[in-house]
Design a protein around this ligand. Structure first.
Ligand code: MG
Length: 455
């Protein structure tokens, strides 16, 4: 069965189109009805202008179905996740559209272990939604609302995992661009408390996201880069709208792809911990394998999506995960993406070395990456992948945990069906640019040939 409303990470849509008070009311009633036992539910929102109407609607549904609600106000997604486990809540709801533009909003549903609910639970909620099997209770069983601010407790927990004395001693400067999003209420304060000089950009909560927008792409982070160079900061960090991701820049203002920073975290982690497992989606750079080989560690692959990484970390007792989009999962803190944790950990890593950020990055394995897409009707996607799998020579290693990944001597290609568009996304990585182009050409050909033969 396919999901109708839940996407890769929660439900998202455009305000006044999918996201209306009526829809949110019905959907949050379905979410509340999916809870087997009544209890405490934690609710937070990112900084979007439309957060209040959605959050109040969500709160109403939970109160009417007999749950106690704790309202955390405007907070990053990882603060809600921390609150769920910290307060032993039954569930958490984050009103956010993450990196999407301001006309979007939506909800992420957090399970009682602090991790986003899995696909089975999403399907269950959608079924309740369709059949309108809500669980409203009588007047004298309605819940009540408590407002709570857990930001400092969350900050205190992160501080336990970094060496505050050493960071203070190093007297570093960091430029933080929270993109007017929820990270504004936590990350600058955390970095100040661990002894850094913090310069903020777009650091005010602004529901219109009128600074650089909520997606931290290199083009949007030019001001952060420029400021880093001008004030000679040690590094910079930017978040998406709900601050579960962190994109870093070095002391020269170069914005790093997430692959680089997670590989740096992996290297540091494997050097300092006995548990040398690293969990990452199949689309990540082979650099993570090179580092694991070098450090005597192991990479555990997952399908693309943060929920898969979190669940794999739990099931395999791994303590570190990373995504190429800048998601860092630090299991000692919590097994979910956490932008503020990533920022503090980077400060810790830089404080324990004499090297600069760009030095550390230049020591990592180098690869060339390419991305492309090919149109393909949804109904043919599965057949195309099967066709490709059946035609490749035996000498090529095939991994099919998400799409088709073909691993050659010189590099790899990953062919993934988009969940939202009628296209295949193609990711290629190789040691040289020429080789990356070659592999891309081959990958595109494989899809075209399959399409021709299937038509
Ligand atoms: Mg996000």
């Amino acid at each position: 069965m396919d999901r109708k409303y839940f996407g890769t990470n929660g439900i998202r849509g455009i305000i006044a189109e999918l996201i209306t008070p009526a829809f949110i009311s019905k959907m949050s009633s379905a979410i509340a009805a999916s809870l087997k036992d009544k209890g405490t539910v934690v609710v937070g929102a990112d900084s979007r202008l439309t957060g209040p109407f959605i959050k109040n609607n969500v709160i109403s549904s939970f109160l009417a179905s007999g749950n106690e609600v704790i309202d955390l106000g405007v907070v990053p997604t990882p603060v809600v996740q921390y609150a769920v486990t910290h307060l032993q809540a039954k569930m958490g709801i984050v009103v956010t559209a993450s990196h999407n533009p301001p006309e979007f909003n939506g909800i992420k549903v957090i399970d009682d272990d602090g991790i986003e609910i899995d696909i089975e639970k999403q399907l269950e909620i959608e079924e309740i939604f369709e059949k309108e099997r809500f669980s409203n209770v009588s007047w004298n069983e309605n819940g009540s609302i408590t407002e709570m601010n857990l930001n400092q407790e969350y900050i205190d927990q992160i501080k336990q995992f970094v060496n505050v004395d050493r960071i203070k001693k190093k007297a570093m400067t960091v430029v933080v661009d929270t993109g007017n999003g929820a990270g504004s209420v936590v990350t600058p304060e955390l970095l100040r408390q661990i002894g850094m000089r913090v310069i903020t950009i777009n650091g005010n909560l602004d529901g219109r996201l009128s600074g650089r927008g909520s997606e931290p792409t290199p083009e949007k982070l030019r001001e952060m880069s420029k400021t880093t160079q001008q004030i000679k900061a040690n590094f910079s960090v930017a978040h998406d709208g709900d601050a579960d991701r962190a994109i870093f820049g070095d002391e020269n203002g170069n914005i790093l792809f997430g692959d680089k920073s997670i590989t740096l975290f992996e290297k540091w982690f494997m050097k300092h911990h006995d548990n040398k497992q690293f969990v990452t989606p199949i689309s990540s750079s082979s650099a993570v394998v090179d580092i694991a080989d070098e450090m005597g560690g192991k990479v555990l692959w997952t399908p693309v999506g943060c929920i898969f990484v979190s669940r794999k970390m739990i099931s395999s007792n791994a303590l570190l995960g990373g995504e190429e989009n800048g998601g860092l999962f630090y299991g000692l803190h919590q097994s979910v993406r956490d932008g503020a944790m990533a920022a503090a950990l980077m400060a810790h890593i830089l404080a324990e070395t004499e090297k600069t950020f760009s030095d550390l990055i230049s020591e990592l394995p180098k690869y060339h990456q390419k991305k492309n897409k090919v149109a393909c009707p949804n109904k043919l996607k599965k057949n195309v992948m099967e066709h490709i799998a059946s035609t490749i020579p035996e000498s090529v290693e095939l991994v099919d945990i998400d799409g088709v990944k073909l691993i050659y001597q010189e590099g790899w290609v990953l062919i993934r069906p988009s969940g939202t568009e009628q296209i295949f996304r193609i990711f290629v990585e190789a040691k040289t640019e020429i080789m990356a182009n070659e592999i891309m050409k081959d990958g595109m050909n494989l899809i075209q040939t399959a399409l021709q033969e299937l038509n």
